[in-house]
Design a protein around this ligand. Sequence first.
Ligand SMILES: Cc1ncc(COP(=O)(O)O)c(C=O)c1O
Length: 482
Amino acid sequence: MSSTTPRKTPKTRTAPRAKAKASNRNAPAAKAAQQSQPVATRAPKVAPRAPQTNASLLTRREAAVPRGVASAAPVFASHAENAELWDVEGNRYIDFAGGIAVLNTGHRHPKVVEAAKAQEDHYTHTSFQVVPYEPYVALAERLNALAPGAHPKKTLLVTTGAEAVENAVKIARVATGRTGVIAFSGSYHGRTLLTLGMTGKIAPYKKNVGPFPADVFRAPFPSVRDGITVADALTGLQNLFLTDAQPDRIAAIIIEPVLGEGGYIPVPFEMMQALREICDTHGILLIADEIQAGFGRTGSWFAVEHSGVVPDLITVAKSMAGGYPIAGVIGRADIMDSVEPGGLGGTYGGNPVACAAALAAIDAIETEGLLPRSAAIGETMRARFAEIGGRTSPFRMWDIRGLGAMLAIEFVTDFETERPDTALTKSVVAHALKRGLILLSCGMHGNALRIMVPLTASDAIIEEGLAIFEAALADAVAELGV
Ligand SMILES: Cc1ncc(COP(=O)(O)O)c(C=O)c1O
């Protein structure tokens, strides 16, 4: 029973915490919390729509949308603001899922919405490959400056995380003249065929879908939870080099600095450092997949920064643009330039509205002090989860882990066997939704809850969400008779 607590305090590049208080969005709620008064939540003004019910929409959805596109919540969104969402029946929810780690700056951040609207008044699409535009270049410049490493960098923009990962592999192959890719068990890199081949979890993503592209190898992820130490993981990697993956045929090793879908498990810093050395020894490129962990989730711009390691390529998406679909590959300029003109891109890649949104979201993270805010949220929530676990479900909340506000709590049937308790986790999620809190699970056994609350959420909203979580956990414990 141990926790993967990071050894270093998060590094940040922004102004100290005081700046976070300057955020208009946090200020009223924080003040209200200090005065111990109930916090008024304000629904945004929205034009009325024809009345709908969740049940009728669910019926239409089931008839029109394949069941493979699963939804965690059986309710339909009407509107949302910062860390709150309302369904079509007017029920209010606190959002701890943030659209799967997309909303570090919250729903409809005013600066993001304003920037997107302003861009829409100019043009919404030209295709960068036909007529280029400044927001793409500005975002590339911004990302090149933010990414770790003093070397010259260049950025490719695409639309989804999986597309970014696919392109990172393409670039690595062209740059090295090698084909092999090593990914880790428990990793998640997307749902396209190559990225599924790299993803290290079968159900539900890979089930019955293979065969997957060749030359993708799997190394063990260092997980204290599964008894795999850094030394074990490195031995596994060396064995892979001896048995299946010829090191001088390997183009890239890709790793999530904090395992996302796989359970919010931070990669120990010595593992990241060892991977850097191994890559340097064999001429392999190191790719950090920051799609879920980037843009403040862990208290720094990129989670890999905590380890001091500088990767060759970084894949980004999700919270980069506060809710708009855009992704990218940031990398060493010489590596990024190895692909011939025309070899990279896509019709919609780096859409101008999404670029404008991304620039505004990055500004918001910087000016509202969201990196230190992430670290503070992480500390508060760790402490509160420990308290709640002790009160509500001793011997069940097995681990509270993560980096900054990228936190997960894991449930087990008992401390002796440490058997994952998927049923309890599902029940907590369902009861939380009924009580007005959106939660999402993760982990190889779906027995961890991950926290992706907007970093712009006020202390009062976070507390309200935690109180709902505690009540939902009590409901689940009562329901399952545990
Ligand atoms: C680490 C990581 N890589 C890649 C992806 C794929 O991104 P997308 O769903 O935008 O294709 C995800 C999505 O959750 C992710 O968390």
